[in-house]
Design a protein around this ligand. Structure first.
Ligand SMILES: Cc1cc2nc3c(=O)[nH]c(=O)nc-3n(C[C@H](O)[C@H](O)[C@H](O)COP(=O)(O)OP(=O)(O)OC[C@H]3O[C@@H](n4cnc5c(N)ncnc54)[C@H](O)[C@@H]3O)c2cc1C
Length: 394
């Protein structure tokens, strides 16, 4: 008899936890359970569709799916198809890797208006998440306010700003790509509550905004007359100083030199949102669409003995895919120590009918085949029914 571990959530931290567990105890039986019929969490449905290099991390995860004692169990939602209590009774340990993707609220009047979207809903639509089939109506959207000063705000602004030729090798869902291409966009405002020295953009992602084909990046030099050298540890100081250098380059760009402008605005805390307009601490802006990129929170899960959280579910919604690896490996060591003090449980297979790795590979193959006809890495199926039919070989 060997121990059986359930990992709930087949995103990056779930896979890294499986990796850490198998390194310590290669004969462990692991079920990687996900509510979607597809694995990889935000590596599939969060990471921007034009950043295929980042998405390539899933190849490592595929190697884990090929291990004989790792079972993928897709289309199983814990809390709906199986309770947390049942899970805890049936498995020797439970790892919670469910992430955190409920959009945080801004807390200003008007944020529930229909033209205000959270970044998760928006990015999940572009990425073909089957719970988010419909995006905002972009047919009359000229001005967009993107609220936030992190990389998700840059993703959103860039994906709206790029032209169809720049998205041709991406796996954006075709209907979203078409809607963006046809939108009469003229201005995208990336809005920071605080000064430019506080922006948490990473350098490469910010610099990319200066290389867009149909959009010019602009900033106001008066907002860049700040010093990033005074505080924080060295890598942070260097990142901020480099960001300011990049933004100063944007300030030197010529407004109107390309059909679309991306304006970086700072010290501009949102005060209220109204149809067609956003009021900021520094004045009013026209905005037909507002996308908030201000972070996430998560769903509750039971915190009890034998339940171990990893990744975003454990430490909150910050950090890139690779940063989850060390965290998941550390938690895996705690899980192994816990298992070491217990005899394996016995009992029938607790899993309900699910989509296994072979089912996922049928989806993968069909998506890649649909993409190759258009020179794209894949065309995603974003419809629950279609995904399940393909996975089941119907
Ligand atoms: C918009 C966006 C863009 C990003 N871009 C980048 C990037 O370019 N580069 C980078 O390195 N990082 C990026 N990140 C961060 C990266 O995606 C995260 O660090 C990472 O995905 C967190 O992994 P996780 O496994 O903890 O959570 P997730 O990736 O969210 O995985 C959680 C999984 O749990 C499943 N699940 C949830 N609830 C249940 C349940 N009750 N039952 C069963 N399954 C459940 C979900 O379906 C999901 O598959 C981005 C994040 C976002 C939001």
């Amino acid at each position: 008899m060997t121990h059986r571990v359930a990992i709930v959530g087949a995103g990056p931290s779930g896979f890294y936890a499986a990796d850490g567990l198998l390194r310590g105890q290669p004969d462990l039986k692991i079920d990687l359970i996900d509510r979607l019929p597809t694995p990889f969490g935000l590596a599939r449905s969060g990471v921007a569709p034009d950043h295929q290099g980042t998405k390539a991390v899933v190849r490592q995860f595929e190697r884990l799916l090929a291990q004989p004692d790792v079972r993928f169990a897709g289309n199983v939602e814990i809390g709906r198809d199986l309770s947390w209590d049942e899970l805890c009774e049936d498995y020797d340990a439970v790892v919670v890797a469910t992430g955190m993707v409920v959009d945080r609220k801004l807390g200003v009047p008007g944020e529930d208006l229909p033209h205000v979207w959270g970044s998760w809903k928006f990015v999940a639509w572009l990425n073909g998440h089957p719970d988010f089939r419909h995006g905002p109506d972009l047919s009359a959207v000229r001005q967009v306010a993107v609220i936030g000063n992190g990389n998700v705000a840059l993703d959103v602004a860039r994906l709206l700003a790029k032209g169809p030729d720049e998205m041709a090798r991406s796996d954006i869902v075709p209907e979203a790509g078409d809607a963006i291409a046809k939108a009469p966009l003229t201005d995208i405002h990336v809005i920071g509550r605080r000064g430019s020295e506080h922006a948490s953009f990473t350098n490469n992602e910010l610099a990319e905004m200066g290389r867009l084909g149909r959009a010019v990046a602009l900033a106001d030099s008066a907002e860049l007359a700040v010093d990033a050298s005074a505080t924080g540890p060295t890598p942070e100081r260097l990142r901020k100083a480099k960001n300011l250098e990049i933004l100063r380059g944007f300030a030197a760009n010529k407004s109107g030199s390309k059909p679309l402008s991306v304006h970086f605005r700072f010290n501009a805390a949102p005060v209220a949102i109204r149809p067609g307009e956003i009021e900021l601490a520094c004045g009013k802006l026209a905005a037909d669409l507002v996308i908030t990129c201000i972070g996430y929170h998560g769903e509750e899960f039971p915190r009890r003995e034998g339940v171990f959280a990893v990744g975003w579910a454990r430490h909150g919604p910050t950090g890139t895919i690779p940063t989850n690896r060390a965290d998941s490996h550390a938690v895996a060591r705690d899980v192994l120590a816990w298992l070491g003090k217990r005899d394996p449980k016995s009992g029938p297979d607790p899993l309900p009918r699910s989509i296994d790795a072979a089912g996922w590979h049928r989806i993968d193959k069909a998506e890649v085949a649909a993409g190759s006809a258009h020179g794209r890495p894949r065309v995603k199926f974003a419809d629950w029914k279609a995904l399940l039919e393909i996975a089941r070989g119907d």
